[in-house]
Write a protein that binds this ligand. Structure first.
Ligand code: PLP
Length: 393
């Protein structure tokens, strides 16, 4: 069995028997294929080949790569379906599994648009949700109904970087006859394989570290082949197709995933330790810190490191952030995460702007909370940038 670093470089590549073929996959841009006769057309239609909404060779290569990274070292094969965004991945996973009258329990610290989708959109189709704190397992158990089909959470939540107890959540889900669906966007398959801990379905926003360069909007859903058949059939009809070039770019990003995530993680830990010691910073959230309440769990679930995302609270609140931002030379403000560049975001103005200040305080999101997606710069330069910007504040 190859190491996952090797799989990241090779998984999904076209067969080795293609003589004189480019080592880089070609991009299929045509929206439909042509056939010489009815028999050939019929054979293609029977296999859902030959029409772009169903995906092309570029999608199949990306799907094979993500599925094999997710399955590495586990029993059994996995399959994946690539779609046009992380939100499309969530919609496909949930809507292909659930019917009107079904119920879902979701972690309250899921990505804001995921919560909006559950509350405002799925509810219109008769699918109800309980949105609860997944750190409180009794509350999760109490939320179950006899129609609960899915438990949904993220690992390394945004922006407080909390790590849920996936093993116990999987047990709770399975005892209730439900699936545990885990959004693994932040750690990526380089650092986390939720199925190792009992998850049934794994979701990615490929927009973030999976593609890694802030130049793609995409998503992937991974599961057992028989389950993915259903999700793929739904996606074929629903139509949230990823563009072939975006599939190609995502696969190209995956080729460097292992080395990128190792560097992101090393830089993030150094920055987290630096910030923790800085007098202008009152709190740092990063699961690999010795001080983190999620330390032991992160060591078990994320042995390769806790990824690129951390957050910190400035003692001087929003005014201190406003003073700091113009002094940064490398670090940019960006309402996304997971690029080669180190970026900051202000959750109170972006992901949690829909909450009032009391609700935000209850969720642990103060006005001085800053989320940082740590990039691939040299750590000395990164620390120097923060040192300069914070010292003068
Ligand atoms: N899941 C997580 C954890 C996210 O952070 C995001 C976006 O920020 C999404 C899903 C949605 O992804 P996309 O923007 O690609 O639709």
């Amino acid at each position: 069995m190859p190491h996952s670093d090797t799989l990241a470089v090779h998984a999904g590549e076209p067969g080795l028997d293609r003589r004189d073929a480019s080592i880089t996959p070609d991009i299929t841009v045509g929206s439909a294929s042509g056939y010489p006769d009815l028999a050939a057309l019929d054979a293609a239609m029977a296999e859902h080949r030959g029409y772009g909404r169903w995906g092309t060779e570029n999608h199949r290569q990306l799907e094979a790569a993500v599925a094999s990274l997710e399955a590495n070292g586990l029993d059994g094969r996995l399959d994946a379906v690539a779609v046009g965004s992380g939100m499309a991945a969530i919609a496909v996973a949930l809507m292909s599994e659930m019917n009107a009258g079904d119920h879902l329990v979701a972690a309250h610290d899921c990505y804001g648009t995921t919560i909006t989708f559950l509350r405002d959109d799925l509810s219109r189709f008769g699918i109800t949700s309980s949105i609860v704190d997944f750190q409180d397992l009794d509350t999760v158990r109490a939320a179950l109904t006899d129609r609960t089909r899915i438990l949904l959470c993220e690992i390394c939540t945004n922006p407080l970087i909390r790590v849920p107890d996936l093993e116990v959540l999987a047990e709770i889900a399975h005892q209730a006859g439900a699936l545990l669906v885990v959004d693994n966007t932040v750690p990526t398959p380089a650092l986390s394989q939720p199925m190792r801990w009992g998850a049934d379905v794994v979701i990615y926003s490929a927009t973030k570290n999976l593609s890694g360069h802030a130049d793609v909007i995409g998503g992937v859903v991974v599961g057992r082949p028989s389950w993915v058949d259903g999700a793929r059939a739904f996606a074929r009809t629903f139509g949230p197709t990823l563009g072939p070039f975006d599939a190609w770019l995502t696969l190209r990003g995956i080729r460097t995933l292992a080395v990128r995530m190792a560097r992101h993680t090393g830089n993030a830990l150094q920055l987290a330790r630096f910030l923790e010691r800085h007098p202008a910073v009152s709190r740092v959230n990063y699961p690999a810190l010795e001080s983190s309440p999620f330390g032991a769990r992160a060591n078990r679930l994320l042995p390769g490191g806790a990824g690129a995302l951390l957050s910190f609270e400035l003692a001087g609140g929003k005014p201190a952030l406003e003073a700091m931002l113009p002094r940064l030379r490398l670090v940019r403000l960006m309402p996304s995460l997971g690029s080669v560049v180190t970026t900051l975001s202000h959750p109170a103005s972006t992901s949690h702007r829909g909450l009032d200040p009391t609700e935000r305080a209850r969720a642990g999101i103060g006005d001085g909370l800053v989320r940082c997606s740590v990039g691939l710069e040299h750590s000395d330069d990164l620390l120097e940038d923060f040192q300069r910007a914070l010292t003068s504040s």
